[in-house]
Ligand binder design. Structure first.
Ligand code: FES
Ligand SMILES: [Fe+2]
Length: 436
């Protein structure tokens, strides 16, 4: 029997789950996340000056030397600790402003000019550094153990005809509450449609049949709706450890299509325990946005072209029409799982947390995480997609009809993951019927 006015008895706020909450060096979650390349900045942020950043609780400095090479160094100089954000890029490496110690991009000390000739410092001192690589306007870093470094992946959605526009948005909260939102398809109908007015197109507010599937990369949620004369199945994807792919932002689902790809590939990169960089690419093409609702000029540092992703709106408006930013950041700086009441609508969130916990414990036990499978064309096949077909004349809204269609699409997408990107759409269409 419940009684009301329980405020006095419910004041305690326990510590967040430490297995998820901590991301710094030598923490279980931090070590797990360090087994993959992580995007840390947009290449456009790299000027002639170094860039101070925090990644996974570490203070770092990213720079481009005058030879055009990019380095990522521990922030505090190995000499006496001055920050290298005040350093001077050299033709080769970065010079600390205090006494001129110069580090190569791999952290080797090239020069200590205040020391007498013949000193052995350059053989004795190595500064902390991490490997970096660029891909399509993003800078990726690998902060894990050198012997376990995987290749930088090329996801199939980054090799399409769509233009990839980089963006990076800082959010003042724990990375997992941003990430798990992507496996909460139920909020699309509530937050983004019924509560705040249709934020991402009317079709996304239709009743949906939802399913969740494990994939070789993580998981997908499978959302199937009837909209007008069509059935539409969307798969929103989790690529472990912390990447997500999402379909067209304003999908109208008004014509048949097969395996239309992602409008967004983003990583939720922890800066520290209570701050996250949401960084990735927004994809633009006529196919993804036939009505031209997107705006690539609004995609970049601390900005993206759809509602509710930053704090950049008046408070009253954020209250009247809250978006993802408001709900995620307001779950506390680090959400306290012990205070939640997970319900049937949280199946995806629970599944994602299970996958992450399993991954963390696997690395903690000394095992490497599974490598991303690569197809013959050198790409990592992913599963985010939208497929639309004409609805049957009768019972198009029946949950069983939606479920059957969604299942057929998900089966076809998952079964074709070993094909090349060029072969896959036709193979999926052949399995579910209708046009490729
Ligand atoms: S503190 Fe950097 S060179 Fe002295
Ligand atoms: Fe959302």
């Amino acid at each position: 029997m419940t009684t009301g006015y329980a405020g006095y008895d419910k004041r305690a706020v326990p510590e967040p789950d430490p297995e998820f909450a901590r991301v710094g060096p030598d923490t279980p979650c931090g070590e797990w996340l360090r087994r993959w390349w992580q995007p840390i900045a947009m290449a456009a942020e790299l000027t002639e000056r170094p860039l101070a950043l925090r990644v996974l609780g570490e203070d770092l400095v990213l720079f481009r030397d005058r030879g055009g090479r990019i380095g990522l160094l521990h922030k505090h100089c190995s000499h006496r600790g001055a920050s290298l954000e005040f350093g001077i890029p050299m033709p080769r490496g970065l010079s600390c402003c205090y006494h001129g110690w110069t580090y190569d991009i791999d952290g080797r000390l090239l020069e200590a000019p205040a020391e007498p000739a013949g000193n052995r410092l350059t053989e004795q001192v190595v500064h902390g550094a991490y490997p970096v690589e660029q891909q399509d306007g993003l800078v990726f870093a690998y902060l894990g153990p050198p012997a376990a470094r995987p290749p930088l992946p090329a996801f199939d959605t980054t090799r399409t005809a769509a233009d990839a526009v980089p963006f990076a948005i800082r959010m003042p909260c724990h990375w997992l509450q941003v990430y798990e939102n992507t496996q909460d398809p139920v909020h699309v109908v509530y937050l983004h449609t019924r509560m705040s007015g249709a934020q991402f197109g009317d079709a996304s507010g239709a009743e949906q049949a939802i399913d969740y599937r494990a994939t070789p990369l993580g998981m997908v949620n499978v959302q199937t709706r009837r909209w007008g004369g069509h059935l539409w199945t969307r798969m929103t994807e989790t690529i472990l450890p912390n990447a997500n792919q999402t379909g067209a932002i304003w999908e109208a689902a008004d014509r048949p299509k097969t395996f239309q790809r992602a409008a967004l590939l983003r990583w939720m990169v922890p800066l520290d325990d209570a701050a996250t960089l949401v960084i990735g690419w927004r994809f633009f093409s006529a196919e993804l946005d036939p009505a031209g609702l997107g705006d690539r000029a609004a995609v970049g540092k601390q900005t993206i072209d759809f509602l509710g992703q930053t704090e950049d709106r008046p408070y009253a408006e954020r209250q009247r029409q809250p978006g993802d930013y408001e709900v995620q950041v307001s779950q506390r700086p680090i959400a306290v799982h012990a205070l939640e009441h997970l319900a049937s609508s949280d199946q995806g969130v629970a599944m994602l947390r299970r996958l992450i916990r399993r991954g963390i414990r696997n690395v903690q036990a000394g095992n490497p995480p599974a490598a991303y499978p690569v197809t013959a064309d050198g790409r990592v096949a992913t599963h985010c997609q939208d497929t639309v077909r004409a609805a049957p004349a009768a019972d198009a809204d029946a949950p069983a009809v939606l479920r059957r269609f969604g299942s057929a699409v998900a089966d076809a997408v998952l079964a074709t993951a070993d094909l090349s990107a060029a072969e896959r759409p036709a193979a999926i269409a052949a399995r579910i019927g209708g046009p490729p």
